[in-house]
Design a protein around this ligand. Sequence first.
Ligand SMILES: Nc1ncnc2c1ncn2[C@@H]1O[C@H](COP(=O)(O)OP(=O)(O)O)[C@@H](O)[C@H]1O
Ligand SMILES: [Mg+2]
Length: 303
Amino acid sequence: MNMVLLTQNVSRRFKDIEALKGVSLDVAAGEKVALLGHNGAGKTTLFRVILGFLRADDGHVCINGQPPGSRLARRDVSYLPEAVAFPKMLTGREIVSFYAKLKNADADEVGSALEKVDLAEAADRRCGGYSKGMRQRLGLAQAIVGNPKLMLLDEPTSGLDPISRQRFYELIGEIAGRGTAVLLSSHGLSELELKTDRVAILRKGEVVANGSLAELQRSANLPIRIRVRSNSDHVESVHSRLGGERVNGESVEFDCPRPDKMDRLSVISQLGKAVSDVDISSPSLDEVYRYFSSDDADRGDAT
Ligand SMILES: Nc1ncnc2c1ncn2[C@@H]1O[C@H](COP(=O)(O)OP(=O)(O)O)[C@@H](O)[C@H]1O
Ligand SMILES: [Mg+2]
């Protein structure tokens, strides 16, 4: 695979804070990778190291074979910082033109970037009047110009409503579809809505998980939840047979380790007419994220 970003064993400390501890994370051309972690996990620090704003104490970063901050690397990387603020008096077009000039991009890229992020109509209005979603899309337009090979987006969807967020991920999908490697940070798995190819979770400066959502769900190996609805006359006997908690006087719920699922279902089916329905729910994305990012998690072999 053509790796645009290679990050090997990167460490960075601020006095006694180890902001990054041996971080290794690669992103291939056309791949969308989410970097997740609580506040203070090290996401922004990693971006700043990749951009060459900060020097790593240890380890290696390479962007298309070039060191961070070098002229060639700067040409290939674009960045949407956390909480970006544009001068309110300028129009969307003026702002994107400014960034296009900084990157030596063609002037006609400005219009097409604004079009790609659905801002063509609002392009000549002052951005002070833009909604939060429009401002984030303007940030994305500024990151598109110059045809970057690697795009770094720091918490680009925090504070967006679900529709704006969904549109934002669609746009990122289109950009990656043209071969750009995208690394975006976020502080919740459910925010991602399954829109990235891979997820890396940072916890206190360390990568504690790195894989597709399905791989993360598997390696977390959290129990599934089974809810058995019974005919009300039988709830007592169903409960005594299965254990767990009684809910609403007609259901019994319990957690079940994945390997035991079929055995438990066979016990449930033996209850015959006493059972009217069965629901099985897998752990939510938030539960998987909590598992990997909490301090007391026993993560086993997660990466
Ligand atoms: N310039 C800095 N000086 C001192 N400490 C810093 C600096 N930048 C980040 N840190 C610390 O490094 C850790 C990681 O911060 P950061 O990368 O901003 O996390 P995130 O973006 O995941 O919220 C935090 O403990 C933060 O306080
Ligand atoms: Mg941050």
